[in-house]
Design a binder for this molecule. Structure first.
Ligand code: B12
Ligand code: SF4
Length: 462
């Protein structure tokens, strides 16, 4: 059968192309079973034309769309725009997995996949091909003759090594590597052991039975990295796992084999609780050049009580000091505009970053995701104003919340001023460049300067 995947990445800030592991994995499994796959990547402003053209050319039997919450409003429009073809449509991904009730409301959607999709989609496609019953496939909810068949979920995939490597060819992978500073992205695990109240992991861990946090074997991930760096022009590697350093033994084994077999500079995401001098040294020796950690909020009490992130500020400062001691660059992820936050509480985030002086910073405006505890808090307190989400609204650069304690104009001001507040008087170069990036004209400047972006990045984080 022919399956056309759709990756909606519409109106996203930054405009860089990105790879999608979930679709890559689904495509590999389907191809291995003899099906044909193709992709329509949709970015920039909303425009269904490329998708309509692809449907005419590829003539798919099934259209599979991946969903994050912010894209769902565009997805509903797409479903309507393609409905004239009468092709079987299915949505999967974190948004629909945590908001499966949307199936009933979505007029032009035939089915959804709740949770991991590899084996579920394969069973569905096989059944469609043979004209068999599709109403009792685990993880798949189907709408048929006005009825919703909501099936139970199968357990999480137990052994990730049993899955084929993700299909990089589904995308123009070389172009994605070029647009991301010659860096190729990988995932050695699925799931996260923590449950921060704003993150989809807190809901996704509940959609199936079985072990949620799973790592591929070190041999398996290193073999994939080797395969990709051999086939594509790549200069560095990014392990995009939620938290790469959960298991010290794993990090040790990985660093050893990676150094022997690959040796390219690489970076990871981690949490401060997992970091010791020994782990940091191992990472550095293996070629790691930067670690990224979520601070999200700098007020210890707020972070613990509202975000369920109980690490202390002292622990955070120590972890960053250790990273600097071994010569690793650091990056912090930060969020502003949480429910119950105020300008004063946000200043805790500024002060902590100011003290740490990370090599680079990322800041977002809080976005509530269905299926997370903080989303429920927003609903309960009537904080959400969906009508604000018009065509101009760009996810994470604006808020859909109406917070009595933190007005929208103050949230946006804090977002824009964050870089200057963190680096001002400490590093003029970073203060200036990050200020530009987060300014009102940041998006336009990013586009204008894209031919020089590698040079600018090197200059900014040096
Ligand atoms: C890596 C990553 C990225 C990467 C790569 C994108 C990607 N999704 O691969 C980058 C940096 C580009 C990225 C960007 C964004 N991300 Co992101 N990202 C992740 C991360 C850390 C891992 C995703 C992953 O690869 N998982 C492993 C794969 C195998 O799982 P999967 O993608 O979920 O796919 C499986 C199932 O969901 C299902 N499935 C998925 N799609 C489909 C489609 C069909 C038809 C079917 C049948 C099944 C199916 O089957 C797949 C295989 O089992 C997750 C956190 C997490 N732990 O999930 C956040 C996460 C997905 N991102 C998130 C967000 C918000 C974003 C951005 C909107 C941020 C922004 N404003 O820029 C963009 C949106 C990009 C987009 N258009 O989708 C949120 C989404 C929450 C939500 N409810 O919306 C998450 C969950 C993190 C969080 N904060 O909670 N992201
Ligand atoms: S540690 Fe990161 S990935 Fe894990 S639940 Fe918290 S925010 Fe999500």
């Amino acid at each position: 059968m022919k399956i056309l995947f759709v990756y909606p990445d519409i109106n996203i800030r930054g405009g860089a192309l990105s790879y999608h592991y979930g679709l890559g994995s689904l495509s590999s499994v389907l191809k291995k079973a003899g099906h044909q796959t193709a992709l329509q990547y949709l970015y920039g402003n909303y425009n269904p034309k490329p998708l309509l053209q692809k449907i005419e050319e590829f003539k798919p039997d099934v259209i599979g769309i991946t969903t994050v919450s912010f894209q769902y409003k565009y997805i509903k429009r797409l479903l309507k725009d393609i409905s004239r073809y009468g092709i079987f449509t299915i949505c999967g991904g974190p948004h629909i997995s945590l908001a499966p009730y949307e199936l009933e409301k979505a007029e032009y959607l035939n089915a959804i996949c709740v949770g991991e999709g590899e084996y579920a989609l394969l069973e569905l496609v096989n059944a469609l091909e043979k004209n068999e019953d599709i109403t009792n496939i685990q993880n798949i909810w189907v709408k048929k003759d006005g009825r919703i068949y909501s099936n139970p979920s199968r357990p999480f995939v137990e052994d990730l090594d049993k899955l084929p490597f993700v299909d990089r060819e589904l995308f123009d992978f070389q172009e994605i590597v070029y647009s991301d500073y010659d860096r190729a992205e990988f995932m050695s695990s699925r799931g996260c052991p923590y449950s921060c109240t704003y993150c989809s992991n807190s809901g996704l861990r509940k959609v199936s039975e079985g072990k949620y946090v799973r790592f591929r074997s070190v041999e398996n991930i290193v073999a994939e990295i080797k395969d990709v760096v051999t086939r594509y022009k790549v200069k560095s590697v990014y392990l995009n796992d939620d938290v790469f350093t959960i298991n010290k033994g794993y990090v040790e084994e990985f660093c050893k084999l990676y150094k022997e077999e690959i040796g390219y500079p690489f970076e990871i995401n981690t949490r401060v609780e997992n970091l010791t001098l020994e782990i940091l040294q191992m990472l550095k020796d293996a070629g790691c050049y930067r670690i990224a950690m979520g601070l999200e909020q700098g007020d210890e009490k707020f972070r613990k009580e509202v975000l369920n992130r109980p690490m202390s500020n002292k622990k955070i400062e120590e972890a960053f000091a250790l990273a600097k001691q071994v010569g690793l660059k650091t990056k912090t992820f930060n969020i502003v505009g949480f429910p119950f936050e105020t300008v004063d509480i946000h200043m805790g985030t500024v002060n902590l970053n100011r003290k740490i002086q990370p090599s680079s910073i990322v800041i977002y405006i809080f976005e509530p995701y269905p299926g997370t505890p903080l989303y429920d808090v927003c609903v309960k307190n009537n904080f959400i104003e969906t009508e604000r989400e018009d065509e101009e609204f760009v996810s994470r650069t604006d808020t859909i919340l109406k917070l009595p304690m933190f007005p929208r104009k103050d949230i946006i001001k804090c977002y824009r001023r964050f870089p200057w507040r963190v680096y001002g008087g400490k590093s003029f170069k970073r203060a200036f460049l990050f200020k530009l990036y987060y300014s009102k004209y940041g998006e336009f400047l990013i586009k204008m300067m894209s031919p020089f972006k590698k040079k600018i990045q090197r200059f900014a984080v040096k």
